[in-house]
Unconditional design. Structure first.
Lengths: 276, 334, 290
């Protein structure tokens, strides 16, 4: 039962919430605004907030000077590639655990989760050396492999919790109706799990896009995704605020939009179902 | 054709034996009901026949052919599930078509069968809806339609009415019975509700803890329950039981008498007691009589117009030829 | 609840995932432990030899290690403190009836989607820079001396940046938990005469305790591995003032090419993470049974 709330109270809370919300969002907003300024305006004192000459120059310069879109494309390939590969491996695994649970299913799930808890720095050196020896350093393939493996536990877990909600009787009905295992998964399970698979995909694209340990350590110029590319702006201290802002805005915009769509799934995916 | 034979079939889950060795034959065209309290193994037995579970030992034959190792799809059976198990992402038409699509039935034949099933089940107007837009009864009919179009050797029903409200349940009960009369196909029906069993079955199989307690027609079970369990399970309200003196008068360890086989009188009879709760149904009245010396409460069915009230003294007389006698092992004494 | 047929199918379908993760875990882990027992420097190939626990002894005797360990714990603790307290308050605020709740929610969540290198650079250059950062501008405007955050308070600055990134995560999870609180329970407490503060203390907070634990554990796992934020802001400095364990191992192995010493640090990091992981796994496992 919703209760009548006094308008004054509501106004008070509204102001407070908006103030806090805007404060938290401000660095992002400031980055976006700065990306439309000239370099001179970007460091002008006092700073200009909205009243400056809006320009798109930074965006074109970033692309011209540093081949921005190659890195953007690297990010797309690496995050989508690792997510799709992960789904391909995880869907059958999640099917097994959700619908044919055995005595050891729980142990397997927990073990998969435990691999996620392995600090990356604990395995950095061997991976680095192996990649160096087989020529996977600074390749998109190498990063796709690593990101698939580090996100696989999350993908399996998310799919597992979604599949659990599909009643087993429906799959049994399909079996009675003469569907082979392949048809059961393609015609019945997958379409029913589309919302779950979509949110899993979304969350993992986000996680892979923002991954900043392996991408920084395993790439150089050629295959660097945006995380590593942006990091290269850290060297010449504070000289190119506007261009940094333009590059940053382009790097975070797609994920910001995707992320807003996946708020709910985020909770579920990142807490492994511990909070619903 | 649909003659199903179970030969020494057992089922174990780990160390727990859910179904001890069990033999049963279901004749072609029979409507067989598996009935028993929850956990008696009736659903497991149905799933063994369906092929959704492996038997631990023993053999299942369908029309004489061994089916024990066949996957569910190859057994030629159709199943209606308790939750209906409709495919939520498919329209009613696609739901009904699914088994035919899997079997590679030609499109025209599919359409013909869908139309006729829909007409028979009053679903013609709903063919393009999704299951989510249908009422419980309609969903039930879609599930049945999906089973019919396969033209199976036998239909398996797993508590199909338990999710419906009371009024719909009675209606669907009739529809399923009519369907059986029309198709004359073997049907195996699992329920925990003895009323469904009595009203629908040609043959009832009463199960307890995986054991078959008795197999027979509804009236056979009603008239000649083989033991105390069946006697207590079949019939509503339940049969009254008495031990001790009243039983030994009849040379039995326990006697049973159904509420409808006791005559009520205000002034004379075999047993004397006090009226507790009186349930007036209009057509009948059920009296719960206390302090008879037989059992805590004796339930009696009387005419709807009998005017006894709470606290009144009544006299009860059993119909002598309707008294069931049981020995100290709970088995019927002939 | 299945047949032999489906069980064997299940085994086949689960094996790729299991084998891949097994390989991913066992091989590098074994190598790391192995390397940690060797003298192994990439600049001196061919001089590898078994040295037992020497690397560990050197690592533990290195004053940088103690600093890094303390920094790691301070970083994790500081961020947790800010995000949990801030998250509870924000979640309660966002749970109130307000206009434009959806938009505010989006604003609050946004930082979580910003890649670590971007947020670190934005904070470093556009806010914390002592010459042209917004904070410096603000100080000048009110007549104060601008403060050089990353030089004089490097660890605190990094804690601030990382907390900004993780506050949305805590808020989102705690908000979800608050919204699952039965409103009748609140109304019953109100009928029983509990004040707003009492209701928070006796009903909301206990209800949130589980979610708070989850937030703490999961964030700890990620926070133990903070790396990019340090790399692009302070490079662990000045000196080792903002070096955590992860960064120290990175410096040791990939900058100084001391594979043996770096691996020993990696093993220490694994042990540290495992202590937290055990608690987290126990919680999640309990939830799995329910």
């Amino acid at each position: 039962m919703a209760r009548a709330v006094s308008t004054r109270r509501k106004i008070g809370f509204t102001i407070a919430a908006w103030a806090v919300g805007l404060a938290i969002f401000f660095p992002i907003l400031w980055t976006i605004l700065t990306s439309f300024k000239t370099e001179a305006e970007a460091i002008s004192s006092p700073p200009s907030f909205l009243f400056f000459d809006w320009t798109l120059e930074n965006y074109t310069t970033v692309q011209e000077r540093s081949n921005y879109f190659r890195h953007f494309w690297n990010s797309v390939v690496i995050s989508l590639g690792s997510t799709l590969l992960g789904l391909l491996i995880a869907i059958p695994a999640a099917w097994s655990m959700a619908f044919v649970p055995g005595k050891r299913t729980k142990d397997v799930l927990m073990w998969m989760l435990s691999t996620k808890m392995l600090p990356p720095v604990g395995v950095l050196i061997p991976i680095y050396l192996i990649f160096r020896d087989v020529g996977l350093l600074d390749t998109k393939t190498g990063l796709v492999i690593v990101l698939t493996l580090i996100n696989l536990p999350i993908i399996v877990w998310m799919l597992y919790t979604y599949f659990k909600e599909i009643p087993g009787e429906i799959l049994e009905a399909a079996r009675m109706d003469g569907a082979s295992l392949r048809n059961e998964i393609i015609h019945v399970l997958t379409p029913m799990a589309v919302p779950g698979i979509a949110s899993t995909l979304l969350l993992n694209v986000i996680l892979a896009w923002n991954e900043a340990f392996w991408t920084l350590n395993l790439t150089a110029a050629k295959s660097a995704p945006l995380t590593a590319f942006i990091a290269s702006y850290s060297s010449p201290e504070g000289l190119f605020y506007a261009k940094l802002s333009a590059a940053s805005t382009m790097a975070i915009a797609p994920i910001l939009i995707l992320g807003w769509f996946s708020q709910k799934q985020l909770v579920r995916g990142l807490t492994f179902g511990a909070v619903k | 054709m649909g003659r199903i034979t179970l030969d020494k079939v057992t089922k174990r889950f780990g160390d727990v034996e859910v179904i001890p060795p069990l033999d049963l034959t279901i004749e072609d065209g029979e409507f067989v009901v598996f009935v028993g309290p929850s956990g008696c193994g009736k659903s497991t037995l149905l799933r063994l026949i369906a092929g959704l579970e492996d038997v631990s030992s023993g053999e299942i034959r369908i029309d004489g052919q061994p089916a024990t190792d066949l996957p569910p799809a190859k057994r030629g059976l159709a199943m209606v599930f308790q939750s209906y198990a409709l495919y939520p992402h498919m329209s009613v038409r696609k739901n009904i078509a699914f088994p035919m699509k899997m079997a590679g039935v030609p499109q025209e034949e599919q359409n013909r069968r869908i139309e006729s099933a829909a007409a028979a089940l009053n679903l013609t107007d709903y063919l393009d809806r999704r299951p989510g837009q249908l009422s419980g009864g309609q969903r039930q009919r879609v599930a049945i339609g999906r089973a019919i179009v396969r033209e199976p050797a036998a239909f398996l029903f797993d508590e199909p009415l338990s999710n419906l409200d009371a009024a719909l349940r009675v209606g669907m009960r009739l529809e399923i019975s009519e369907l059986h009369n029309r198709l004359a196909t073997t049907m195996i029906y699992v329920t925990h509700d003895q009323v469904e069993a009595m009203t629908m079955a040609d043959k009832i199989v009463v199960l307890r803890a995986g054991h078959i307690e008795q197999v027979g027609s509804p009236l056979e079970l009603y008239r000649n329950p083989r033991n105390l369990f069946v006697a207590g399970f079949i019939g509503s309200p339940k049969m009254n039981f008495a031990n001790g003196g009243a039983a030994s008068e009849h040379d039995a360890a326990t006697i049973g008498i159904r509420p409808e086989h006791i005559t009520v009188s205000a002034d004379s009879g075999t047993w004397r007691g006090k009226v507790g709760v009186a349930e007036h149904l209009g057509s009948d009245t059920f009296f719960h009589v206390h302090d008879t010396g037989l059992a805590e409460t004796v339930t009696v069915r009387a005419d709807g117009e009998v005017g006894l009230r709470h606290g009144d003294t009544v006299f009860l007389t059993p119909q002598a030829d309707k008294i069931h006698r049981f020995d100290d092992k709970g088995l019927r004494i002939q | 609840m299945a047949t032999q047929h489906s069980r064997s199918a299940a085994r086949i379908m689960i094996s790729p995932a299991v084998l891949l993760l097994l390989g991913w875990m066992i091989v590098p882990l074994a190598l790391t432990i192995y390397f940690s027992l060797l003298r192994y420097n990439l600049l001196m190939p061919g001089t590898e030899r078994f040295v037992g626990l020497l690397n560990y002894r050197l690592f533990f005797n290195n004053p940088a290690f103690i600093t890094a360990l303390v920094n790691t714990l301070v970083l994790v603790g500081g961020v947790l403190l800010i995000t949990v307290i801030g998250g509870v308050l924000l979640a309660i605020l966002l749970d109130q009836p307000i206009w434009g709740q959806g938009i505010v929610r989006i604003l609050v969540i946004a930082p979580f989607f910003v890649m670590p290198t971007v947020s670190a650079l934005v904070w470093k250059n556009m806010f914390m820079n002592p010459v042209s950062g917004l904070f410096a501008e603000f100080s000048k405007a009110v007549g104060l001396q601008p403060f050089d955050f990353l030089t004089h308070a490097p660890l605190a600055s990094i804690i601030g940046i990382v907390a900004w990134q993780w506050l949305p995560f805590a808020t989102l999870i705690l908000l979800t938990a608050i919204q699952s609180l039965d409103s009748e329970q609140m109304e019953a407490a109100e009928m029983d005469g509990a004040t707003a503060l009492q209701r928070f203390w006796y009903i909301t907070l206990p209800h949130l305790s589980r979610a708070i634990t989850v937030v703490i554990l999961i964030q700890t796992i990620f926070l133990l591995s903070v790396f990019a934020e340090i790399l692009v802001t302070t490079n662990g400095g000045p000196g080792v003032a903002s070096t955590n364990l992860t960064y120290l191992v990175y410096v040791r192995s990939l900058l100084n090419f001391d594979v043996g010493g770096g691996s020993a640090g990696g093993v220490v990091a694994i042990i540290l993470a495992n202590i937290v992981a055990i608690f987290l796994m126990r919680m999640i496992g309990k939830n799995l049974d329910a």
